[in-house]
Design a protein. Structure first.
Length: 83
């Protein structure tokens, strides 16, 4: 399956298992995880990244992301597991 098979260019979201998943959710997760892991990220940036990570979790779980991939960083993996 290719990305456009799941979400064609003109479509920005799908509903899967009752959860709306927006195009870019996985990419945004990766960028927010990088900020969350950055020891030089300011408190405001890290807090915003954490809030955005939290908000994306239902969609990421509906996609089955964490059933296929494991987060390598132990602290982030633990944080995600408790949410």
């Amino acid at each position: 399956m290719r990305a456009e098979d799941l979400l064609p260019d003109e479509q920005n979201r799908i509903e899967l298992a009752g959860t709306v998943i927006r195009k870019g959710t996985v990419g945004a997760f990766l960028m927010n995880a990088a900020v969350w892991l950055d020891p030089h990220a300011g408190v405001v940036n890290r807090s915003q990244a954490e809030a955005d990570l939290q908000a994306a979790l239902p969609a990421l779980r509906a996609l089955g992301l964490f059933e296929v991939l494991e987060v390598r960083d132990a602290a982030l993996r633990q944080w995600l597991a408790t949410r």
